[in-house]
Design a protein around this ligand. Structure first.
Ligand code: GDP
Ligand code: IMO
Ligand code: MG
Length: 439
């Protein structure tokens, strides 16, 4: 097969903001045409909701392609809490879903002491705390980087697991004792618990890099499911108020072992407004009744932690930066229905610093908090029932309220990127696709 043709077959679905943009919905939407769905970074800090035939599925680790019983892969860049993974597999099977899963042998494993350290480090960081999900994500990636990490391969080799845990546990115990002098880690119970996880997960564990490359060479269609969002990314997000992986398209090659040449199209998912969970400056944040109304209408409560999400006006200045970083080909805009009944609605077009417009999103929180977001106002659209929004979605773009179309068209023009998908409800069907054969 011609190499260019192979390249076009894959699709990356990436959050452009602070997470929760609706990635899960679009992974499910495109899964209909995919052969395989791959998670490549993050862990069970993610919370992806898919609504299908009136049923709600919440995923933390398992790729959202599982709803359609697609082949799913948890690749090497993910950090895995085996207990959470086994629970998710069991829940899907209980719902009658066949789980066709492969797990990378080189993905790193989250242990209970990582979760303890996540909490202790957060509490020590005070105003530098990101407000983590406390799932042990940061400490597990730290161990990976400092080469203390334990990988899925080790879980299925008792001797390796024992040897590594015997070295790691005393060190972790000493570090935790800095915060809590009486803290003890019971080697035997952890070793036995994780051996058991290894026994249960062994049938799924493979070397996913050669496996995925083979699938690509055979011309199979792969979706790369991003978790978190570009602005939370470790290298290019708002450090330190983010997560510990490259939560963007740049993370795909190292997180899967697939060459950048083979990635294919990149869809950036953005909300019609902004939301964020956790710490760090949010320039367009709404702390008033309008913010409360958006939070309520958008049901902005974390899928993973249940925390109320902070909300604000859409910020095209940081989305423009995310589009550049990811090399976004097309945009999907979600939760437009959640802005209903709000008048006016505002779009942040850029920031000014000391009265001067900035050229690009200034990245550093210390600079961003000094910036003034500049807005353009738009007339809002009327309230409709979810059923009315669904009907509008089946009728297509021209049936959208004219005020909403004006809003969308301004965003497309300002971002200089084609909006391919419009989402006006949580279900797969509440979607208007403006480009045929996108995938
Ligand atoms: P993800 O982490 O990017 O997958 O996003 P989440 O699933 O955490 O959060 C998005 C939430 O919005 C979920 O509850 C979705 O079901 C819901 N959702 C997605 N698109 C729309 C939409 O267009 N309208 C409404 N009302 N809800 C949506
Ligand atoms: P999905 O995939 C929104 C945020 C946390 C915190 C920071 C670091 O559903 O979009 P971590 O536990 O990763 O060390 O926390 O990142 N965060 C998310 N925010 N959606 C997510 O995932 C998130 N995953 C992590 O709130 O500020
Ligand atoms: Mg989420």
């Amino acid at each position: 097969m011609d190499k260019c043709e192979i390249k076009k077959k894959n699709l990356a679905i990436i959050g452009l903001s602070w997470g929760d943009e609706g990635k899960g919905k679009f992974v499910d939407y495109f899964s209909q045409k995919a052969d395989v769905v791959v998670r490549y970074q993050g862990g069970n800090n993610a919370g992806h909701t898919v609504v299908c035939n009136g049923k709600k599925y919440k995923f933390h680790l398992i790729p959202s392609g599982a709803v359609l019983e697609k082949e799913i892969v948890i690749a090497n860049g993910v950090v895995i809490d085996p207990r959470v993974l086994l629970e998710e597999i069991a829940l899907l099977e209980k719902n009658g879903k066949k789980v066709n899963l492969k797990i990378s042998s080189t993905a790193h494993v989250i242990f209970p002491f990582h979760k303890v350290l996540d909490g202790l480090e957060e509490e020590s960081k005070l105003d530098l705390a990101a407000g983590t999900t406390r799932r042990g994500i940061g400490p597990t990636y730290s161990d990976k980087a400092s080469r203390w990490g334990i990988r899925m391969h080790d879980l299925i080799h008792p001797d390796i697991l024992k040897m590594k845990l015997m070295k790691l546990i005393p060190i972790k115990e000493k570090i935790i004792q800095v915060f809590n002098p009486t803290y003890k880690i019971d080697f035997d119970s952890i070793y036995q618990e994780y051996l058991e996880y290894g026994r249960k997960l062994k049938p799924y564990i493979v070397d996913t890099a050669p496996y995925l490359n083979k699938l690509i060479d055979e011309g199979r269609k792969i979706i790369f499911e991003g978790a978190q969002g570009t602005l939370l990314g470790i290298d290019h997000g708002m450090y330190p108020y983010g997560t510990s992986s490259n939560a963007n398209a740049l993370g795909i090659p190292p997180g899967t072992g697939i060459s950048p040449k083979k990635l294919g199209k990149i869809i950036g998912i953005m909300k019609a407004y902004t939301s964020r969970v956790g710490g760090g400056v949010l320039p367009t944040e709404l702390m008033d009744d309008v913010g409360d109304q958006i939070r309520k209408q958008g049901n902005e409560y974390g899928t993973t932690t249940g925390r109320p999400r902070r909300v604000g006006w859409v910020d095209l200045f940081n989305i423009k930066y995310s589009i550049m970083l990811n090399g976004v080909d097309f945009l999907a805009i979600t939760l437009l229905d959640a802005l209903q009944g709000i008048n006016p609605v505002k779009i942040c077009t850029h920031y000014e610093l000391n009265g001067t417009p900035l050229e690009h999103w200034p990245i550093h929180p210390e600079i961003i908090e000094k910036c003034v977001p500049i807005y353009k106002e738009f007339k809002g659209w009327d309230v409709k029932t979810p059923e009315e929004w669904s009907k509008i979605a089946t009728r297509g773009y021209s049936s959208l309220p004219s005020e909403m179309r004006e809003y969308i068209e301004f965003i497309e023009k300002k971002l200089e990127t084609k909006i391919a998908l419009i989402s006006i409800g949580p279900s797969r069907e509440d979607t208007i696709c403006l480009i045929d054969d996108l995938f």
